[in-house]
Write a protein that binds this ligand. Structure first.
Ligand code: ADP
Length: 481
């Protein structure tokens, strides 16, 4: 889905918000239910119990008044009996309006009926008393007691129902509480997990393309121009990728133009330079006629400068071959010792002129390894040449060679000006030169180490520099056996 970074973040956060709101709403609903049930228990059920108690008390009072009345025949007692009756009927009415289940309502109906019959019996007896025809009627008394007992029993039933109702409600509340707690924990856990997942995916959908861009930037800074950055979403990043690819394409064109120009210029320069060198040699050999000592000295300088220029042009050509992958290698099993000796011999005149002590320390026999002789010679010339070039007069250069594990290691140590720590890796990049502190810049192209690194890496080896400013440098490379 091609969603913008903004929409991704918004959707992510809205989803989390909705989820949290859902959990909160569920908890609030459940709390509301709890409150309602608790209110019902407190308001209705406890009131029911209270009325039931009062009804029993009222019935007992009626019985007392009725008994006293029949003994004393005091009308005031009968009046009290009647007001207790009214009170009973009042409470029964209230109880009826509060009763919330059919069994309770049925019981109340039965109480009403029994109570009416009880009063019918009483009215009958009152009539008899008034007409003085009262006789002790056993059956009547039994019937009346039966009614009273039935009412009391029914009230007890009602009370039991109410207690049972409260118990049931409390049980349901407890169960609902437990399930709500469980569900809230589950929902909260899901919400937290979703929060983590949404945050992870939203952040990743932003950081992943960023790291792709970072990787490509590193490639370009390393000179690899593969302009195929492909980011389809988010749209902002695919826009960045498009711009990046077009920038990369342009850089590629410029880089090619530069390489083509260098290679063309080097080719164009090499032929006239060689002609100058040859011509100067002929003049020096007096092929074109005799020359004076002063002219000879000038011709020597021209020869040296032409040689230097030819070397530089050759280095430039090597670099352009290296970059276009056109440098060819011919591997043979060889020992490095004769190569080291040969470079030391070649550089002899300069070493002598600078009164430098140059020595080779070969530790044990070195195994023959697969190398391109010419290329390794070139790498050695660059390293030993640099050491001699940068070491001041009467300094020391040591070339050590040893075999370790399955590698051959060559080090070139000098007592030159040293290299700042920050430049120890960058000096292997082309055109990188550092002006040694307190000394004038030695002449060079800044290509020697780049070529040496390419050659060693092509052989499957590694090259690095160690140095301390003012204490000289050591350049080491290892080649696999
Ligand atoms: P060049 O020597 O032609 O300038 P290189 O690539 O061989 O180019 O070296 C790059 C830079 O590394 C040099 O310009 C110099 O500043 C530094 N360097 C190389 N070798 C040494 C050394 N032995 N001692 C001090 N600096 C060195």
């Amino acid at each position: 889905m091609r969603l913008t970074i903004f929409s991704r973040l918004m959707i992510g956060y809205i989803a989390i918000f909705i989820l949290m709101m859902g959990v909160a709403a569920y908890t609030i609903l459940k709390l509301h239910y709890f409150n309602k049930e608790m209110r019902h228990i407190l308001k209705v059920d406890t009131l029911l119990l209270e009325y039931e108690e009062r009804l029993t008390e009222s019935l007992l009072s009626q019985m007392r008044y009725e008994k006293k009345f029949f003994i004393t025949q005091d009308d005031a007692l009968f009046g009290q009996f009647l007001s207790a009756k009214e009170e009973f009927e009042g409470y029964l009415g209230k109880l009826d309006s509060l009763a919330d289940t059919t069994p309770k309502k049925d019981l109340i109906k039965r109480i009403k009926k029994d109570f009416e019959q009880y009063h019918l019996l009483i009215s009958e007896k009152v009539k008899r008393v008034k007409t003085k025809q009262h006789t002790v009627d056993r059956q009547y008394e039994e019937e009346k007691d039966q009614k009273v007992n039935a009412i009391i029993e029914e009230l007890e039933h009602l009370e039991a129902y109410s207690h049972e109702g409260i118990r049931q409600k409390m049980k349901t509340l407890e169960e609902t509480g437990q399930s709500t707690r469980k569900l809230t924990i589950i929902l909260s856990t899901i919400a937290v997990l979703l929060f983590i997942a949404i945050s992870f995916f939203t952040t990743r959908s932003i950081t992943r393309p960023l790291s792709l861009v970072m990787g490509k930037t590193n490639e370009i800074s390393g000179g690899v121009f593969q302009c195929d950055l492909n980011i389809s979403s988010p749209p902002e990043m695919s826009e960045v990728a498009r711009a990046f690819n077009s920038m990369c394409d342009k850089l590629k064109v410029v880089d090619k133009m530069k390489s083509d120009f260098l290679s063309m210029m080097s080719h164009e320069l090499r032929t006239p330079l060689t002609s100058i060198k040859e011509g100067t040699a002929l003049l020096r050999e007096e092929v074109a006629g005799p020359i004076t000592e002063k002219q000879k000295r000038l011709l020597t300088i021209i020869t040296e400068e032409s040689n230097r220029l030819i070397d530089q042009v050759n280095s430039l050509l090597d670099v352009s071959k290296m970059e276009s992958g056109m440098m060819t290698f011919h591997f043979e099993q060889r020992s490095l010792i004769p190569l080291i000796e040969m470079v030391i011999l070649e550089i002899g005149p300069i070493v002598e002129a600078k009164k430098i002590s140059l020595e080779a320390k070969i530790n044990g026999p070195l195994p023959e390894i697969p190398i391109d002789r010419e290329k390794i010679l070139q790498a050695l010339r660059n390293l030993i040449g640099n050491a001699v070039k940068f070491t001041p007069e009467e300094g020391q250069v040591i070339v050590t060679a040893r075999s370790i594990d399955r590698e051959v290691e060559i080090s070139v140590t000098d007592t030159g000006p040293g290299i700042p720590r920050a430049s120890l890796t960058t000096i292997f990049d082309k055109f990188q030169q550092i002006a040694p502190a307190g000394s004038t810049q030695e002449r060079g192209t800044g290509l020697g180490l780049a070529i040496a690194k390419y050659i060693i890496t092509y052989h499957g080896g590694k090259i690095w520099a160690e140095s301390e400013l003012g204490r000289g440098s050591t350049f080491t490379f290892v080649l696999p056996v």
